[in-house]
Design a protein around this ligand. Sequence first.
Ligand code: ATP
Length: 269
Amino acid sequence: MSFQLEGVGLVHGNGHRALRGLSLSARAGERLAVIGPSGAGKTSLLRLLGCGLRPSEGRLQVLAASPWQLRPAELRRLRARIGSVHQAPPIPPRLRVVTAVLAGRLGQWGLGRALWSLLHPVDAVGAQQALARLDMADRLFDRCDRLSGGQLQRVGIARVLYQRPDLILADEPVSALDPTLADAAVQQLVQQSETTGATLVASLHAVELALRWFPRVLGMRGGELMFDLPAREVTPALLQALYAGEAPAPGAAPLPTAEPPLAAGVMCR
Ligand SMILES: Nc1ncnc2c1ncn2[C@@H]1O[C@H](COP(=O)(O)OP(=O)(O)OP(=O)(O)O)[C@@H](O)[C@H]1O
C-alpha cells in the first residue's frame, strides 16, 4: 500500500475546515488524478500525503508509516522518499537550473555531499538527462530567475524525475504550460511512475489530461470526495455536477454536456 486515509479531516490554523471524512487508499505504482473546483481541497490533500500537514482527525499512513508518530529523523527519511511538484516551484531565484534539479536528492545524500552539490554540481549529467526529458537540457547552467513560469515548472518536474521518489505528488504541475507541452510533461511523470514503480498523484484543472493519463480519478468538492472512479467511468454528468456553479478557468475547454443527473453520495470503484 502506498498510502491509506481513514476518516481523515483537516482544519487549517485559522479554523477553516479544508477536508472532511476522507477514506481512500492507493497501491504502490497507482496513478491517480485529483480534480475539482477551486478550493475543493486538492492541495490540502496533497500536503497531507506529503507529510507537510498533520490531519486534524482520522488515520493516515504513507509508505507504510504513520508519519506523525515518527521521530524527527525518521520523518525526514520518509519525506525524502516523497517527491513534490508545485504549481510555482519554491526555487531561490539566483539558483542555477542544474543545482535546482540536483536538489531533488538533497534528502538522500549525506550532509557533506549535499552541501558540496550546492557549490559544485556533483551530477550535472544526471541533471541534464532529467531536463532533456522536458526539452530543457540547453538551460542547464541558466539562472532560475531568467526562466519563464512554464520553464520553471518544467525544472520542478525535472527535479522530481531526478529524485526518483517512491511517491510523486504533483500539484497543478503543468498549469503554466501550453497544451502540447503540458501533455508531454504529464507523459513524463506517467513514464516515471511506470519505470520506477512510483505512485503518482496529480491535481489537475485540465480534466482532459486527467482522463487521458490517469487510470483512476478522484473528484473533490467542498473538502469531500464526490467520486473515486476509473477514468472511463467519469461521465459528463459527473463532471457537470462536480463543477456545478463554477465559472470555467480562463482558456479551459468547456465541460461535455448531456447524460442523466448525478445520484447523491460518493461513487467508488
Ligand atoms: N494555509 C491555509 N490556511 C487557511 N485556509 C486554507 C489554507 N490553505 C487552504 N485553505 C483553505 O482550504 C480550502 C481548500 O484549499 P486548497 O488549496 O486545498 O484547495 P484546492 O482544491 O487546491 O484549490 P485550487 O484549485 O484553487 O488550488 C480553501 O477554502 C482554502 O481557502
